[in-house]
Design a protein around this ligand. Structure first.
Ligand code: ZN
Ligand code: ZN
Length: 584
């Protein structure tokens, strides 16, 4: 029992599965370094474990014998991030410690350097986008729909004039490039995670990949998220938090603007933000002209290599060809008319039922579960064939067709090949650096994948291609059997709303996000947990499943879902709860 006047600190540990806080006595020697957010070591059930201080000078529960705090490791997240972690733990049904870990330095920071708060020089002329930010709402995010080839550095530099700016980008490579540009403009830039201590001390700009949404930034005056549509901003493993959502909440709590830059706002962003759209001419300049090759009208013997593609390979200096060969989608096409077999309800590619199943019809939509007879919807033929899109010989064949050396690039490629023609998975779009033309050899695999966000991801690929070729100056070729698809039409017209209009209708009719909020629940004890959710009074959530060992839990909105997930005690055992996962 603590002596009267003894200092007591409350601690949450990094032990998996333990969300509870414990109180510890603070020895006099440690008192100066014990502050909210500090990283500490404590004894818990006979083990020495790591944790964070969540309160100092608290009143411990009566009659409990307290242990002494063992050690202070050093500086940790700012107090406001300790609060934000509690919110995120509720929002994504995760552990507070998981978020505090993300918000902490990669190694202990016992002392801080001096603050370095210089902003980069502002751009010579403020852009219309930067001017629009003056009217940004402070209660939700402000989306700037800027075309893919437009350099966003001036908008970032302009925002940094307000005071310490936090910038979140999709990758560490992008963070390094932007940090370099801002640094050359005279800004004091701290890059996360390496410069965590400088960021905690104070910096003009704090910048990093997804985890930087949790980076320290004392005096935070604005938050920017670059390419807010990028899948890499959402964490795949549970808790499945999204950097744009965290950034928006962080800014809202502080009463500062959260500016999200993207050429193609997702429906999720549109639902939660105010969207600003530039003049048509600005968007048109920043998207590449799109050339569409309708593969239904081409000689099937040409396979992946249309006449237009061959002309491109022979005519342009630096060409990047994209072919996702992971085989995650196998397309069925009509042998008579080349029309693809698609779901009439949701548009995804239909798949053949595995042999041995006893379905009402042989074709199934993997996205919405609709069964179909094996008949071409266009010409009535009953002969369908699989399109073999996993072409391992693409590189050799392209070499023969172009008469030039062709290099191969995948996510695993370390050194970029020196060839002026490259072929690879979508990783090549992020690795190639620059190109005069991009060709998607088989785009339908992306467009019709049985995922909720397939069409949005396909548009994001077209945006990445537009950026690689420098917008209007370059060319993008798309080989497809679905030329009228809204994702292709959106890129063609340099207007993301061409996709988002029909896509929102579709999601509403299927009850999918953002019209609803969903969680995927799996693991050995999922059945018991889902049973508890189904039994909640008032029925705040609908439970669907199981599909294998996975259940889908649906609510009208994120808050209702989070409240329901928190209301049911978790059974002991392994349980995975993925709230609004990026891959659905
Ligand atoms: Zn369907
Ligand atoms: Zn047909």
């Amino acid at each position: 029992v603590p002596a009267p006047g003894a200092l007591v600190a409350r601690v949450v540990t990094d032990v998996s599965g333990v969300n509870k806080e414990f109180d510890y006595l603070v020895p006099g020697s440690l008192a100066p370094t014990v502050r909210v957010g500090a990283q500490v070591r404590v004894d818990l059930s006979g083990r020495r474990v790591g944790g964070w201080v969540t309160g100092v000078g608290v009143d411990p529960p009566a009659g409990v014998a307290l242990r002494a705090l063992a050690k202070v490791r050093g500086w940790g997240p700012e107090p406001e991030l300790v609060d934000l972690a509690s919110w995120a733990a509720w929002r994504w049904a995760g552990r507070r410690g998981a978020f505090l870990s993300t918000a902490s330095p990669p190694k202990a920071v016992p002392s801080l350097p001096a603050p370095a708060l210089r902003p980069p020089a502002p751009p010579a002329t403020a852009s219309a986008a930067a001017a629009a930010v003056a009217s940004a709402p402070l209660d939700r995010a402000f989306v700037l729909r800027l075309p893919p080839a437009l350099d966003t550095t001036p908008v970032i530099a302009e925002l940094a004039q307000r005071g310490p700016l936090l910038v979140v980008v999709p990758s560490v490579e992008r963070a390094a490039v932007l940090a370099d540009r801002l640094g050359r403009a005279g800004g004091d830039v701290a890059v996360i995670p390496d410069d965590w201590a400088q960021a905690r001390a104070g910096a003009g700009v704090v910048i990093g990949a997804r985890g930087a949404a949790w980076a320290p930034c004392p005096g935070l005056a604005a938050v920017a998220v670059v390419d807010g549509h990028d899948e890499a901003l959402g964490q795949e493993q549970a808790p499945t938090w999204h950097a744009a959502t965290v950034a928006a909440e962080r800014a809202r709590r502080r009463g500062v603007p959260c500016v999200i830059l993207t050429p193609c706002p997702t429906l999720e962003l549109e639902a939660s933000s105010q969207v600003w759209v530039p003049e048509r001419a600005v968007e048109r300049r920043g998207w590449a002209p799109l050339e569409i090759v309708d593969r239904r009208r081409q000689d099937p013997r040409l396979g992946l290599y249309s006449e237009r593609l061959v002309a491109l390979l022979r005519g342009e200096a630096r060409v990047v060809c994209v072919l996702n060969r992971t085989g995650r989608a196998r397309l069925l096409a009509c042998a008579a008319c080349e029309e693809l077999a698609r779901c009439e309800q949701c548009g995804a590619a239909l798949a053949q039922q595995p042999a041995g199943g006893a379905p009402p019809y042989p074709l199934l939509c993997p996205r919405c579960g609709l069964f179909r007879p094996q008949v071409c919807a266009s010409c009535g033929s009953t002969v369908l064939r699989h399109l073999r899109v996993g072409v391992s010989r693409a590189r050799e064949e392209l070499e023969v067709l172009s008469g030039r050396a062709v290099g191969e690039v995948t996510a695993a490629t370390v050194d970029l090949p020196s060839a002026s023609v490259l072929v690879g998975t979508e990783a090549v779009l992020h690795r190639a650096g620059r190109a005069d033309a991009v060709a998607f050899l088989e785009f339908d695999q992306e467009l019709l994948a049985p995922r909720v966000r397939a069409a949005a991801e396909a548009l994001a690929l077209l945006a990445a291609a537009s950026r690689l070729v420098g917008g209007r100056r370059g060319r993008v070729l798309v080989q497809t059997r679905v030329p009228d698809h809204p994702a292709i039409q959106a890129a063609l017209r340099a207007d993301a709303s061409v996709l988002n209009g029909p896509e929102l209708q579709l999601r509403r009719s299927l009850g999918l996000p953002p019209a609803t909020s969903v969680a995927v629940v799996s693991g050995p004890v999922a059945a018991a947990y889902v049973g508890g959710l189904a039994a909640l009074p008032g029925g705040p959530v609908a439970t669907l499943g199981p599909d294998g060992d996975e259940w889908l839990v649906k609510a009208s909105d994120p808050a209702t879902l989070a409240d329901a997930l928190a209301a049911v005690p978790r059974p002991a055992g392994r349980l995975r709860v993925a709230v609004d996962p990026a891959r659905l």
